[in-house]
Structures are given as structure tokens and as C-alpha cells.
Design a binder for this molecule. Structure first.
Ligand SMILES: [Zn+2]
Ligand SMILES: [Zn+2]
Length: 226
């Protein structure tokens, strides 16, 4: 261990202790295992932030969108890791993120009898540039591959949701997605996977796509809620 740290000296980005830098991990194992499941208050149907104690917002009481949305933790705890992974070119951070959420995501899938897992796609030009879909790589570490379907298509390039106001976000995404013709759900329970949940615009758009499909229940799972 000492030998490798001399050759590749590296400090963990969180605790700044030296550790073995391999697989582009950037973060030491003890800092990663310290990030635990967090109780967060948001509407489990549409994803907007609600006061503590409420699990569904007033709008969703009348018209529920998702049967249940689950978030692993707060954005401030993992935002930097997600940014390094998605935008910083540290592709192997998928291992760090999947290790973090694996147990929780698997039990959510089992509990809700999910049979098909969808994920938010990138526009083909973004995918080409980045070389990988960050969500798919995380899923492949956790979920059997026959359950993972690339049935959602990104129709046009959109701006980064995080840079926009709530109103702009909705507009930015309206009809940004479509469904492949091969998509067949046979009444199965479906889970939609994304990394960051802010106002819920992305999940809402996907729910719209699935509305007229033959699906059972619809679930959402995100790594972090802002
Ligand atoms: Zn550390
Ligand atoms: Zn709601």
C-alpha cells in the first residue's frame, strides 16, 4: 500500500487523507461508506420538496403521478461525486456510486416487484461525446441486465436542468423524450432511474410517456434529491 502511494500519491477529495488511487476513484472507501441513506422530505408522487411530515403534495393527492419515488440521499452529500463522474471524465466512479446505492435500490426493486428498469437517456450527440450513459453504467453494476431497457429516447438537446428556474425546466423538457417502438411492458411494474431529482420535471415527462402504455405501477429512484 505504501509503495503505491509513493508512486501515485493521492488525497481523498473529502477527507484529504492519502489513499490508493486506482480505478479513478477520487474518494476513499471510508468516506464513501460514510454516505448513508438519508430521510428526505419530498412528494413521493411528483418529486417536489414538501414540508416534513407530508409525503404527497396537494396536487398529487388528487392525481397521483408515481406510485412511489425514492431518493438515496441529499444532493449536497454526493453532488461533487456525481459531477466528477458525469462531467469530469472519471468514468469509473460508477463503481463508487453503485456500491453506495446497491443495497437500497435492490431492496426497493424487490419490495415493489419491479420488473422493468428504464433510465433517462442522453441525446445521441451527448452520448457520443461522453462515450457512456452514466445512469446505465450504475444500473449494470446493480440490476440484472435483462431488466434494464434503453427504451426512452432523447429527441432533442436540452439545457442542463440545474441551471434553470422551475418554469424553464418544465419548458426545457416538454416533449424532449419519446418511447422506442419496441417498448412492450405487458402490465409490468416499471422503475425509472435518474441521478438527481430537483423539481421532478424529468420524471414527470417520462410518466407522461408511460401513461398510455400497458404498465402496472410506476416507480422512480434517484441517487440524490436537491
Ligand atoms: Zn476520504
Ligand atoms: Zn406531488
Amino acid at each position: 500500500m505504501a509503495f503505491w502511494n509513493v508512486i501515485f500519491p493521492s488525497k481523498c477529495k473529502i477527507c484529504e487523507n492519502p489513499f490508493i488511487f486506482k480505478d479513478q476513484n477520487l474518494y476513499c472507501p471510508s468516506c464513501i461508506s460514510a454516505i448513508e441513506k438519508t430521510e428526505i422530505y419530498f412528494c413521493r408522487s411528483c418529486g417536489i420538496t414538501v414540508e416534513s411530515g407530508y409525503t404527497v403534495c396537494d396536487n398529487c393527492k388528487k392525481d397521483r403521478i408515481y406510485n412511489q419515488i425514492e431518493a438515496f440521499t441529499d444532493y449536497y452529500k454526493v453532488g461533487e461525486i456525481i459531477r466528477d463522474y458525469k462531467l469530469g471524465g472519471y468514468k469509473n466512479l460508477h463503481k463508487v456510486l453503485s456500491q453506495m446505492i446497491k443495497e437500497d435500490l435492490l431492496s426497493f426493486i424487490k419490495e415493489n416487484k419491479v420488473e422493468t428498469v428504464l433510465y433517462i437517456p442522453l441525446h445521441p450527440s451527448t452520448l457520443k461525446k461522453r462515450g457512456f450513459n452514466h445512469l446505465r453504467l450504475i444500473l449494470e453494476d446493480i440490476v440484472p441486465s435483462f431488466m434494464i431497457k434503453d427504451w426512452i429516447i432523447k429527441e432533442r438537446k436540452t439545457k442542463f436542468q440545474m441551471e434553470l428556474s422551475a418554469e424553464e425546466r418544465q419548458k426545457n423538457l416538454t416533449d424532449a423524450f419519446s418511447l422506442k417502438e419496441e417498448a412492450k411492458f405487458y402490465g409490468q411494474n416499471v422503475l425509472v432511474f435518474d441521478d438527481i431529482l430537483t423539481t421532478g420535471s424529468t420524471l414527470k415527462e417520462v410518466a407522461k410517456l408511460l401513461k398510455n402504455q400497458n404498465i402496472g405501477k410506476i416507480f422512480g429512484y434517484v441517487v440524490a434529491k436537491t
